[in-house]
Design a protein around this ligand. Structure first.
Ligand code: ADP
Ligand code: MG
Length: 397
């Protein structure tokens, strides 16, 4: 409520000496699980330079999407060749990280953001402050709309432009061997008017290979079969293998319900940047089907059931085995071979799966979707490959 918010702002302003002289808090713009974000005006900057132009500055961070790949990479190079340029925005987003977050977690977020400075479509970190246990990160303010307000109105070319911007961000993040882990609409700030977007929230991000143990999904199929032979042939008792020699597993499951990749649900211990691609696919499925949230599970088992309903028992069982898991189900809604994305999109947009057909544009989008929501992470499209896909090149040239 309002008085609570006022008190919060006072506390923040009092925590840092000189805060009031430097920033004018305008409003609260976000409240997440790990932080509260405020919009503020950077007052000191104004005194030195009145000519600063947010739009011009943003162009440097996010080259307009309607450009070919070749010129995009040169735009990045231009930008990197002038690192000495001061890029101080007039409006900033002040992210106040909850004091209950662990110091290592906060450091991780700031370090990764620092590593990703200058990356296309990634919201840069301007600076950060600490006062005892309170840490705030200062980011340029990025104008954006609420996903719920625009996703139903998007045409297929709009979707292509939106996703091109998201995948440009993913390609640069992944090229630094960093996985974001929490790709979802509220972490990709998009402005439908300028058709630009930036990726935010690296609170769950991690370096690929950090905290990893080998998973059988990285073995070649023959070796995997050998390792899992006893598991597959073992007799089941109450739904569990009778002689289970597998060590218990602990895997990073951080992320948001409904956006978790199947390998996260199957507790793969060797997760890769491909988990972000799955989540981006879920965003596309949401837009194409005009349903948000598309998946609505309370826990990982329900999430598995939802995915299995789409892909069918057979493919889901194969996906589980990839990571050394057995999947058995008698749930009647999980058919043997599931549904096609084409059918799901037709059905969820009020068309007949038998009489109606998708438009050519939609077919292209659905083909791209199936490359993102590929159950096997090693066969799933990479962000770099995605940028070459016809669907993401739709509005180009
Ligand atoms: P959390 O870890 O709490 O989810 P985020 O970094 O995702 O924090 O920020 C929460 C919300 O604050 C975002 O969904 C967005 O609405 C707003 N926000 C974050 N960064 C910015 C920014 N740079 N410009 C404008 N709004 C922002
Ligand atoms: Mg967030």
């Amino acid at each position: 409520d309002d008085s609570h918010f006022q008190a919060d702002m006072e506390k923040l302003q009092d925590a840092f000496a000189g805060f009031r002289q430097k920033y004018r808090l305008i409003k609260r713009i976000g409240e997440g699980t790990f932080s509260t974000v405020y919009k503020a005006e950077d007052l000191v900057y104004d005194k030195y330079d009145n000519s600063w132009d947010l739009d011009k500055e943003m162009e440097k961070w996010t080259p307009p999407p309607l450009k070919s790949c070749a010129s995009q990479s040169s735009a990045t190079l231009d930008y990197q060749s002038q690192p000495q340029r001061r890029r101080k925005p007039k409006y900033v987003a002040i992210k106040k990280i909850y004091v209950t977050s662990s110091p290592s977690r906060i450091l991780n977020e700031l370090e990764l953001l620092h590593d990703l400075r200058g990356c296309q479509s990634v919201c840069p970190l301007i600076t950060a402050f600490r006062s005892t246990d309170q840490v705030v990160a200062i980011l340029p303010y990025f104008r954006h709309s609420d996903f719920r307000d625009y996703f139903r109105k998007m045409t297929v070319p709009d979707m292509g432009i939106y996703l091109r911007s998201l995948f440009a961000a993913l390609a640069s993040v992944h090229s630094h061997n960093i996985l974001h882990r929490d790709i979802k609409p509220t972490n990709f700030l998009y402005d439908p008017d300028s058709r630009r977007g930036v990726l935010v929230d690296f609170g769950l991000a991690e370096r690929e290979g950090y905290d990893c143990k080998p998973c059988v999904c990285h073995d070649d199929p023959g070796a995997r079969k050998m390792k899992l032979r006893s598991l597959v042939s073992s007799k089941m008792k109450d739904g569990y293998p009778r002689e289970d020699t597998r060590p218990s597993r602990r895997a990073n499951r951080a992320g948001t319900r409904g956006f978790r990749a199947p390998e996260v649900l199957f507790k793969c211990t060797e997760q890769s940047t491909k988990i972000d691609i799955w989540s981006a696919g879920v965003i596309l499925l949401t837009i194409l089907s005009r349903r948000f949230p598309f998946f609505n599970s309370a826990d990982d088992v329900e999430a598995m059931i939802e995915i299995a309903t789409i892909f069918g028992r057979q493919r889901m069982q194969a996906a589980a085995l990839l990571h050394g898991c057995m999947l058995e189900t008698t749930i009647p809604t999980i058919g043997r071979s599931g549904f096609s994305f084409e059918g799901i999109v037709l059905w969820s947009t009020g068309r007949s799966e038998t009489k109606d057909k998708l438009s050519e544009d939609e077919k292209l989008a659905v083909e791209f979707l199936s490359r993102c929501m590929e159950l096997d992470p090693s066969r799933r499209i990479s962000a770099e490959e995605a940028l070459q896909h016809e669907f993401l090149r739709m509005g180009l040239d």
